[in-house]
Write a protein of this length. Structure first.
Length: 284
């Protein structure tokens, strides 16, 4: 069960950060508008407004830029770190915030080294995965998690969704989750999305050997129209939002290297279909 959320004076961390940002901005002489602050820190006025209304999760690098613009002496950065926005946690906090960012992204690149990315999972695959990895959860909780995950996938892979580019290690295709029938349906679902150009798909074959993301389970890079890019890494029970500029640049470079090491889109689609057919043979 998730631990009770920290409160400060009756406010959650996001509420407190939002209130402090607005207070510091309006305390400037003369009072600084959202538009003026946005121009100084290279984001849109709407983004500042979303921070002040808790529609966005603050980023550490942006907190530093706002501190400089408002001459706070590092107050927002310290608050950001104190409230734990960049820490690993063992609850739903970062999973929910990553989904919040996904919904606002223009483009999402995702590498998966162990299992099919959540946005591409069928309900049957997700259930089989949760039954093995979330053994302490009730059936009702698992049903809720499956509905949330498949709902996100349907929204984001819709024609009006963000650009989606997935890079899968071949291990994702070969690791049987649930039954061969579940795997066949899952891989056909991924192939159909790629065939219909709802996603860009590449597979890194075993023959590629060691690569820059071999030790990663899942890594996600999101870009926005009105904000700096951020990354998100996830393990089975925790997640971390990464917004440090140097870190994000390195992750973007790692994705470029992975695209070069992976099979072409055509060859990747053929491999996914071929492995799906292998599972179908096992079913019969």
């Amino acid at each position: 069960m998730p631990a009770p959320e920290l409160t400060i004076g009756g406010m959650t961390p996001r509420e407190y950060y939002a209130a402090e940002l607005k207070r510091l901005r309006e305390a400037m002489v003369p009072k600084m508008s959202q538009e003026k602050l946005a121009a100084l820190v290279f984001v849109s006025a709407g983004y500042i407004g979303q921070l002040e209304t808790m529609a966005r999760v603050p980023q550490i690098e942006l907190s530093r830029r706002i501190d400089k613009a408002l001459n706070t002496g590092g107050q927002l950065e310290r608050l950001h770190l104190l409230l734990g926005f960049t820490k690993f946690v063992d609850d739903d906090y970062f999973f929910a915030n990553a989904a919040d960012h996904e919904a606002k992204a223009l483009a999402i690149s995702e590498y998966a080294g162990q299992t099919v990315p959540g946005l591409l999972q069928t309900a049957e695959y997700a259930r089989a995965l949760f039954l093995e990895s979330a053994t302490s959860f009730s059936e009702d909780r698992i049903d809720q998690m499956i509905a949330t995950r498949t709902g996100r996938g349907q929204r984001l892979t819709a024609p009006d969704g963000p650009e989606l580019w997935f890079i899968l290690d071949e291990a994702v295709l070969r690791r049987a989750i649930g039954s061969c029938e579940i795997m066949a349906k899952q891989l056909h679902h991924v192939a159909d999305l790629a065939r219909d150009r709802r996603i860009d798909l590449q597979v890194v074959p075993f023959a590629a050997g060691a690569h820059s993301m071999l030790s990663n389970g899942l890594l996600n890079l999101m870009t926005f129209a009105d904000a700096p890019p951020i990354a998100y890494s996830e393990s089975s029970h925790s997640g971390q939002l990464l917004d440090d500029v140097t870190t994000v640049v390195k992750i973007r470079r790692a994705f470029d290297l992975m695209r070069a090491a992976a099979l072409s889109k055509r060859a990747s689609l053929d491999l996914v279909r071929s492995v799906a057919e292998e599972y179908e043979v096992s079913v019969t």
